[in-house]
Design a protein around this ligand. Sequence first.
Ligand code: OAD
Length: 251
Amino acid sequence: MTSSPLDVAVERLAKAGRVLVITGAGVSAESGIPTFRGAGGLWEGFRAEELATPGAFAEDPERVWRWYRWRRGICTEAAPNPAHRAIAAMDEVYPGFLLATQNVDGLHPRAGSRRLVELHGNIHTGRCTECERIAPLPREVEPADAPLPRCPDCRGLVRPHIVWFGETYWPGVMEEAWAFAEHAEVALVAGTSGMVHAPIAIADHARSRGAFLVDVNPAFTEVGARADAWLEGPAGEVMPALWERVAEARA
Ligand code: OAD
């Protein structure tokens, strides 16, 4: 009898000591947060590429902040789903663990993930455009047309601490994920189209160093094409089912 991709993934995760998880927008889809591409991939009628750019912010910061405050409201209202919780449970169990997420919605930390790197930043964090002070935004989301946020230190204009189109990663962020990938035994990717190259490069790097690559996605993507096991289905169902079996096997 041949083993299913799920069986093989369970076996590898049951034996592993160092696990890298990479997530994308699909992991938050079941929390009601739209993904970037595909059906429903519009944020208030705008493609992310139109407003999440340094050029758009320089031209009209009010408009960009209106959009981000609206998005922040959606992220605040949303709750972590079983996929976020399964990943947080993995964080508690593996001696070596890192979650590298492309998601800026903050749902992973809210689910309890601790060893994580937010590759694209966090929508609830601001950064001064003058002195680069990074600080949490007010817990209560400001009204969309509230005055632009200013740095308490230098009065510079604050922007969302997010990697925008055309920008490079914040220093240290990619390096941390890359260094962990070097020695990961399993790299589990969930809910990403693979259209943004850098996170996929991390997964490729892990695989080239010997990691077993698992992809969780209802669609067959660039990632699934490279994976040793493609687990087809929504992350909110596949991840807890996978983790239940792994936790049982490790017990
Ligand atoms: P995308 O919108 O490109 O892809 C979402 C992926 O999630 C697709 O492959 C879907 O098939 C999959 N998906 C949908 N529902 C799912 C579910 N319930 N469970 C699992 N997978 C599901 O989002 P990302 O790959 O995250 O960057 O996009 C990467 C980056 O593109 C984002 O972080 C963003 C954007 O530019 C920045 O804003 C810097």
